[in-house]
Design a protein around this ligand. Structure first.
Ligand code: SF4
Length: 236
Protein backbone atom coordinates (compact mmCIF):
# COMPACT_ATOMS: atom_id res chain seq x y z
CA UNK A 1 0.00 0.00 0.00
CA UNK A 2 1.45 3.36 -1.00
CA UNK A 3 2.00 6.18 1.50
CA UNK A 4 -0.69 8.27 -0.20
CA UNK A 5 -3.19 5.43 -0.10
CA UNK A 6 -2.49 4.86 3.59
CA UNK A 7 -2.87 8.55 4.35
CA UNK A 8 -6.17 8.73 2.48
CA UNK A 9 -7.33 5.71 4.45
CA UNK A 10 -6.55 7.42 7.74
CA UNK A 11 -8.13 10.67 6.61
CA UNK A 12 -11.23 8.70 5.77
CA UNK A 13 -11.14 7.23 9.28
CA UNK A 14 -10.95 10.79 10.64
CA UNK A 15 -14.19 11.55 8.81
CA UNK A 16 -12.57 13.56 6.03
CA UNK A 17 -14.04 12.06 2.91
CA UNK A 18 -11.93 13.90 0.37
CA UNK A 19 -9.33 16.58 0.40
CA UNK A 20 -7.21 18.57 -1.95
CA UNK A 21 -3.63 19.50 -1.28
CA UNK A 22 -3.58 23.28 -1.00
CA UNK A 23 -0.61 25.52 -1.56
CA UNK A 24 1.26 25.57 1.74
CA UNK A 25 0.54 28.63 3.81
CA UNK A 26 3.27 30.75 5.17
CA UNK A 27 3.93 30.03 8.80
CA UNK A 28 2.69 33.18 10.51
CA UNK A 29 3.38 34.46 13.95
CA UNK A 30 1.30 37.34 15.23
CA UNK A 31 2.07 39.71 18.06
CA UNK A 32 0.05 37.57 20.48
CA UNK A 33 2.32 34.68 19.69
CA UNK A 34 5.45 36.75 20.03
CA UNK A 35 4.36 37.71 23.53
CA UNK A 36 3.57 34.07 24.24
CA UNK A 37 7.04 33.18 23.07
CA UNK A 38 8.37 35.68 25.58
CA UNK A 39 6.59 34.14 28.55
CA UNK A 40 8.94 33.45 31.46
CA UNK A 41 11.86 31.28 30.39
CA UNK A 42 11.31 27.61 30.95
CA UNK A 43 14.14 25.95 32.84
CA UNK A 44 14.81 22.81 30.87
CA UNK A 45 16.98 19.89 31.68
CA UNK A 46 19.27 18.80 28.88
CA UNK A 47 18.16 16.29 26.30
CA UNK A 48 18.95 12.99 27.88
CA UNK A 49 18.29 9.40 26.98
CA UNK A 50 19.02 8.04 30.41
CA UNK A 51 16.37 5.55 31.44
CA UNK A 52 17.32 6.31 35.03
CA UNK A 53 16.39 9.97 34.62
CA UNK A 54 13.04 9.07 33.12
CA UNK A 55 12.39 6.48 35.82
CA UNK A 56 13.22 8.97 38.55
CA UNK A 57 10.89 11.56 37.05
CA UNK A 58 8.08 9.03 36.70
CA UNK A 59 8.53 7.89 40.31
CA UNK A 60 8.46 11.51 41.47
CA UNK A 61 5.20 12.09 39.61
CA UNK A 62 3.69 8.87 40.97
CA UNK A 63 4.37 10.04 44.52
CA UNK A 64 3.33 13.65 43.96
CA UNK A 65 0.92 15.27 46.41
CA UNK A 66 1.52 18.85 45.30
CA UNK A 67 -2.13 19.55 44.55
CA UNK A 68 -5.43 18.14 45.84
CA UNK A 69 -5.93 15.95 42.78
CA UNK A 70 -3.70 13.29 44.32
CA UNK A 71 -6.54 12.45 46.71
CA UNK A 72 -8.98 11.39 44.00
CA UNK A 73 -6.72 9.78 41.40
CA UNK A 74 -6.54 6.06 40.84
CA UNK A 75 -3.01 6.53 39.61
CA UNK A 76 -0.93 9.19 37.92
CA UNK A 77 -0.87 9.28 34.13
CA UNK A 78 2.71 10.15 33.31
CA UNK A 79 2.98 9.92 29.54
CA UNK A 80 3.89 7.40 26.89
CA UNK A 81 5.94 7.18 23.75
CA UNK A 82 9.35 7.64 22.24
CA UNK A 83 11.78 9.52 24.47
CA UNK A 84 13.43 10.81 21.27
CA UNK A 85 10.21 11.74 19.49
CA UNK A 86 10.24 14.49 16.90
CA UNK A 87 6.61 15.23 17.75
CA UNK A 88 5.13 15.66 21.21
CA UNK A 89 1.39 15.72 21.79
CA UNK A 90 0.15 17.52 24.88
CA UNK A 91 -3.43 17.27 26.04
CA UNK A 92 -5.40 18.50 28.98
CA UNK A 93 -5.72 15.90 31.71
CA UNK A 94 -6.52 12.23 32.19
CA UNK A 95 -10.16 11.21 31.89
CA UNK A 96 -11.81 8.26 33.55
CA UNK A 97 -10.33 5.63 31.23
CA UNK A 98 -6.87 7.16 31.38
CA UNK A 99 -7.03 7.31 35.17
CA UNK A 100 -7.89 3.61 35.28
CA UNK A 101 -5.33 2.53 32.70
CA UNK A 102 -2.52 4.93 33.58
CA UNK A 103 -2.05 5.94 29.95
CA UNK A 104 -3.03 9.18 28.18
CA UNK A 105 -5.47 9.24 25.25
CA UNK A 106 -7.10 5.83 25.36
CA UNK A 107 -10.63 4.92 24.24
CA UNK A 108 -12.34 6.48 21.23
CA UNK A 109 -10.53 9.81 21.57
CA UNK A 110 -7.25 7.95 21.74
CA UNK A 111 -8.11 6.00 18.62
CA UNK A 112 -8.91 9.19 16.77
CA UNK A 113 -5.65 10.72 17.97
CA UNK A 114 -3.87 7.68 16.57
CA UNK A 115 -5.60 8.25 13.23
CA UNK A 116 -4.61 11.91 13.27
CA UNK A 117 -0.99 10.97 13.94
CA UNK A 118 -1.01 8.40 11.20
CA UNK A 119 -2.39 11.01 8.83
CA UNK A 120 0.81 12.91 9.67
CA UNK A 121 2.80 9.80 8.81
CA UNK A 122 3.53 9.01 12.45
CA UNK A 123 2.71 5.97 14.53
CA UNK A 124 1.52 6.47 18.10
CA UNK A 125 4.68 4.85 19.45
CA UNK A 126 6.83 7.28 17.46
CA UNK A 127 5.52 10.35 19.29
CA UNK A 128 5.54 11.28 22.96
CA UNK A 129 2.13 11.88 24.51
CA UNK A 130 1.41 13.57 27.80
CA UNK A 131 -0.98 15.98 29.48
CA UNK A 132 -0.91 19.27 31.35
CA UNK A 133 -2.10 17.43 34.46
CA UNK A 134 -0.91 14.00 35.52
CA UNK A 135 -3.96 13.32 37.72
CA UNK A 136 -7.61 13.20 36.72
CA UNK A 137 -9.77 16.12 37.86
CA UNK A 138 -13.00 14.84 39.46
CA UNK A 139 -15.86 14.50 36.98
CA UNK A 140 -13.42 15.56 34.25
CA UNK A 141 -13.84 19.21 35.18
CA UNK A 142 -11.42 21.76 33.74
CA UNK A 143 -8.06 21.96 35.50
CA UNK A 144 -7.78 24.81 37.98
CA UNK A 145 -4.97 27.29 37.33
CA UNK A 146 -3.22 26.37 40.57
CA UNK A 147 -3.34 22.66 39.64
CA UNK A 148 -1.86 23.35 36.22
CA UNK A 149 0.85 25.50 37.82
CA UNK A 150 1.69 22.76 40.33
CA UNK A 151 2.00 20.14 37.62
CA UNK A 152 3.77 22.15 34.92
CA UNK A 153 7.32 21.50 36.19
CA UNK A 154 6.83 17.82 35.36
CA UNK A 155 5.74 18.63 31.83
CA UNK A 156 8.66 21.01 31.41
CA UNK A 157 10.99 18.22 32.43
CA UNK A 158 9.40 15.88 29.89
CA UNK A 159 9.67 18.48 27.12
CA UNK A 160 13.27 19.13 28.08
CA UNK A 161 14.12 15.45 27.97
CA UNK A 162 12.38 14.72 24.68
CA UNK A 163 13.34 17.99 22.93
CA UNK A 164 10.77 17.45 20.16
CA UNK A 165 10.84 19.39 16.91
CA UNK A 166 7.14 20.14 17.15
CA UNK A 167 4.60 20.21 19.97
CA UNK A 168 0.97 19.66 19.05
CA UNK A 169 -1.28 21.11 21.75
CA UNK A 170 -4.64 19.39 21.52
CA UNK A 171 -7.62 21.25 22.88
CA UNK A 172 -8.29 24.69 24.33
CA UNK A 173 -7.19 23.87 27.86
CA UNK A 174 -3.81 22.52 26.80
CA UNK A 175 -3.19 25.38 24.37
CA UNK A 176 -4.19 28.14 26.77
CA UNK A 177 -2.17 26.70 29.64
CA UNK A 178 0.94 26.14 27.57
CA UNK A 179 0.78 29.58 25.97
CA UNK A 180 -0.38 31.41 29.11
CA UNK A 181 -3.26 33.03 27.33
CA UNK A 182 -7.04 33.16 27.37
CA UNK A 183 -7.21 33.60 23.59
CA UNK A 184 -9.91 31.33 22.11
CA UNK A 185 -8.67 28.19 20.37
CA UNK A 186 -10.04 29.43 17.04
CA UNK A 187 -7.54 32.30 17.13
CA UNK A 188 -4.66 30.15 18.36
CA UNK A 189 -4.97 27.73 15.44
CA UNK A 190 -3.19 28.33 12.14
CA UNK A 191 -0.07 29.88 13.66
CA UNK A 192 3.20 28.62 15.01
CA UNK A 193 3.67 29.45 18.67
CA UNK A 194 6.55 28.49 20.91
CA UNK A 195 6.84 26.65 24.22
CA UNK A 196 10.32 26.45 25.69
CA UNK A 197 11.61 27.62 22.30
CA UNK A 198 10.00 24.64 20.61
CA UNK A 199 7.47 25.28 17.82
CA UNK A 200 3.92 24.58 18.94
CA UNK A 201 0.80 24.15 16.83
CA UNK A 202 -2.72 24.13 18.26
CA UNK A 203 -5.53 21.86 17.18
CA UNK A 204 -8.80 20.53 18.50
CA UNK A 205 -9.01 17.77 21.09
CA UNK A 206 -10.00 14.44 19.51
CA UNK A 207 -12.79 14.06 22.08
CA UNK A 208 -14.23 17.32 20.71
CA UNK A 209 -13.73 16.20 17.12
CA UNK A 210 -15.74 13.06 17.81
CA UNK A 211 -18.71 15.35 18.51
CA UNK A 212 -17.96 18.04 15.94
CA UNK A 213 -17.48 16.40 12.59
CA UNK A 214 -17.31 19.71 10.72
CA UNK A 215 -14.15 20.71 12.55
CA UNK A 216 -12.23 17.59 11.48
CA UNK A 217 -11.25 19.34 8.28
CA UNK A 218 -9.88 22.26 10.29
CA UNK A 219 -7.94 19.77 12.38
CA UNK A 220 -6.40 18.40 9.21
CA UNK A 221 -5.26 21.94 8.31
CA UNK A 222 -3.61 22.11 11.76
CA UNK A 223 -1.86 18.79 11.22
CA UNK A 224 -0.60 19.96 7.83
CA UNK A 225 0.91 23.01 9.52
CA UNK A 226 2.59 20.76 12.09
CA UNK A 227 3.91 18.55 9.26
CA UNK A 228 5.29 21.60 7.51
CA UNK A 229 7.15 22.66 10.66
CA UNK A 230 8.51 19.13 11.04
CA UNK A 231 9.69 19.06 7.42
CA UNK A 232 11.42 22.40 7.88
CA UNK A 233 13.12 21.23 11.08
CA UNK A 234 14.34 18.05 9.38
CA UNK A 235 15.74 19.97 6.41
CA UNK A 236 17.66 22.45 8.59
S1 SF4 B 1 -1.96 16.81 39.14
FE1 SF4 B 1 0.28 17.00 39.06
S2 SF4 B 1 0.78 18.42 40.74
FE2 SF4 B 1 -1.30 17.62 41.14
S3 SF4 B 1 -0.96 15.82 42.47
FE3 SF4 B 1 -1.07 15.11 40.33
S4 SF4 B 1 1.08 15.00 39.68
FE4 SF4 B 1 1.02 16.31 41.52
Amino acid sequence: MSEDTRRLQYLHAMGIQSWRQRAPREITMGMDDRSAALTPPVPLVSHCDSAAVWDALQRTVAACTACPLHRTRTQTVFGVGDHHASCMVIGEAPGEREDLKGEPFVGKAGMLLNEMLQAMGLKREEVYISNILKCRPPQNRDPKPEEAASCEPFLKQQVGLVQPQIIVAVGRIAAQNLLKTQTPIGRLRGKVHYYANIPLVVTYHPAYLLRSLLDKRKAWDDLKLAMKVLRQARSD
